[in-house]
Design a protein around this ligand. Sequence first.
Ligand code: G1P
Length: 311
Amino acid sequence: MSSPTPRPARKAVIPVAGMGTRFLPATKAVPKELLPVVDRPALQYIVEEAARAGLGEVLMVTGRNKAAIEDFFDRAPELEAALEKKGDQSRLDAVHESTDVAQVHFVRQGEAKGLGHAVLQAAAFVGDEPFAVLLGDDLIDARDLLLEQMLAVQAEHGGCVIALLDVGAENIDKYGAVAIEDAPQTPAGDGDAVVRITGMVEKPPREEAPSSLAIIGRYVLAPEVFDAIRATPPGRGGEIQLTDALLALVEQGVPVHGVVFSGRRYDTGDKLDYLKAVVRLAVERDDLGPALRPWLRDFVADLPAEGASPA
Ligand code: G1P
């Protein structure tokens, strides 16, 4: 019997129901996903990443107080008319970019019962196909083709594929941590290693972590994950964890691979990393970099040494 033709993933799911407490008070009225990274919401980078990888159908799993996200991805006829009247084509193009990049759909999570529960809300939208999940706090540099590699690995092996990053033993307790088969498999494209995952645990104490390889916010999942989530009891923090459902799939023998990312990733959910992301992306922009770079050099040269009080 020949094996079934692999179905390529076409859809992406982006959970955006989180409360964003780390960015209070800004996130009291503005969803954290809309905080600007330079001049675009963090979420727009994520949608563009999905679209670039060929995932033009995007479902956002939203929650209370997230109406601004729906407005952002909707047309803005009055604003567009005003810009047209002024002949301001470049700003008009920027406004169109946010609506034209992908077909964006929305579903409400209702209750915040964890990432696994959020992903389960996508079951009807996804149907019986593999699909990607992108978490909004992780920005992957547009030059690093992580999602494309993961889609290729999924098309080759089937099952699920998870993005991994070595965050060091001292940071692993903030993430889902994985155990892998000893021998890394072939590098995928850009040189990122592909590994077979044999176990995983959500935010383990450092001394119990199976490795320093952390799950970062990109997944390509088989539709079997929905049944696994339905069967998953609340885990860490009383929440239904995607990590636990994926472990159940590993235990059922479903192939679950990891792509160990070696490129540039920015964690916009963390204040310090968010600031770094804004600076790193801005210095490389053609419109801002030439003015920002010399200013930044002077600014850094004038910084007092650590421990000294600022002037
Ligand atoms: C989620 C996942 C975790 C993963 C992390 C990556 O946790 O549950 O396994 O390591 O995203 O950002 P959260 O950050 O939502 O608590």
